[in-house]
Write a new protein. Structure first.
Length: 220
């Protein structure tokens, strides 16, 4: 990873992301619990928050919670009556996430659902939790195409769908990729291109998380 990217990331964060200082407690709690440090960066968190604020979502869905770092950024974009549901496979991650959400004063606004997202998503539909106005996809990359299909299904016109890690150091260019995560992202691009209900593009990113990108898609 380039030192320049990291230095510029710090420059941006120092100037535009004062929230990063206080939210560092979340990352420290995650590290203390042994969670992998694969959360979005502070500058990316603020970027998602700004994007979500522009959408003014009443309901937010996240697929892939980890320790709720991204969850907290997004939940802060909700109005007082807004609600967020975040899906997490690993019960230990969910437990750390719930503690972090409680400390952030977001326990009532955010529900952490444990289980495979592909099991939870149909239940959300049956329970009438949809439509969601903002959806963040950041769980296992292998299932990204299925997560996109469910996101569209649980959306309404105007819903914004954002997906993390869609460039992966350019690994997506390898047509013979064996890594199922890379293949999942490649199939995700195919699914996005073939989905008539969304208009989509990708923003490549560099920074303290290296070289990667966010997909953004608007429904309707
Ligand atoms: N959004 C978080 C990072 C998520 S890391 C942040 O930026 O702060 C990806 C998470 O997805 C991990 O916690 C992992 O346990 C979870 N995950 C992996 N497979 C999953 C599945 N099938 N269903 C739900 N969550 C899954
Ligand atoms: C990984 C997952 C992520 O969501 C991410 O942003 C970075 C890395 C991973 O599984 O390695
Ligand atoms: Mg990610």
């Amino acid at each position: 990873m380039s030192k320049l990217w990291t230095d510029v990331d710090r420059f941006i964060t120092d100037r535009l992301v004062p929230e990063a200082v206080e939210l560092d407690a979340v990352l420290q709690a995650n590290a203390a619990a042994g969670l992998p440090a694969i959360d979005i960066s502070p500058a990316q968190g603020k970027w998602l928050y700004v994007l979500a604020r522009a959408v003014a979502p009443r309901r937010i869905l996240e697929i892939g919670t980890l320790g709720a770092y991204s969850t907290i950024w997004l939940a802060r974009a909700l109005p007082p009556s807004g609600r967020m549901i975040t899906l997490e496979y690993d019960p230990k991650h969910a437990e750390v996430a719930r503690a972090n959400l409680a400390r952030a004063g977001l326990a009532a606004a955010v529900e952490v659902r444990v289980g495979k997202a592909l099991d939870s998503l149909p239940r959300l539909e049956k329970e009438g939790c949809a439509p969601f106005d903002f959806i963040f996809i950041d769980a296992d990359k292998h299932n990204y195409p299925e997560y996109l299909a469910w996101s569209v299904r649980l959306a309404q016109p105007g819903t914004l769908i954002v997906a993390d890690n869609v460039v992966r150091d350019g690994a997506i260019l390898d047509g013979n990729a064996q890594d199922e995560n890379v293949r999942g992202i490649q199939r995700f691009y195919e699914a996005l291109a073939a989905e008539p209900r969304v208009s989509a593009s990708v923003l490549q990113t560099v920074g303290r998380k290296g070289y990667d990108g966010f997909a953004v898609a608007v429904v309707g």
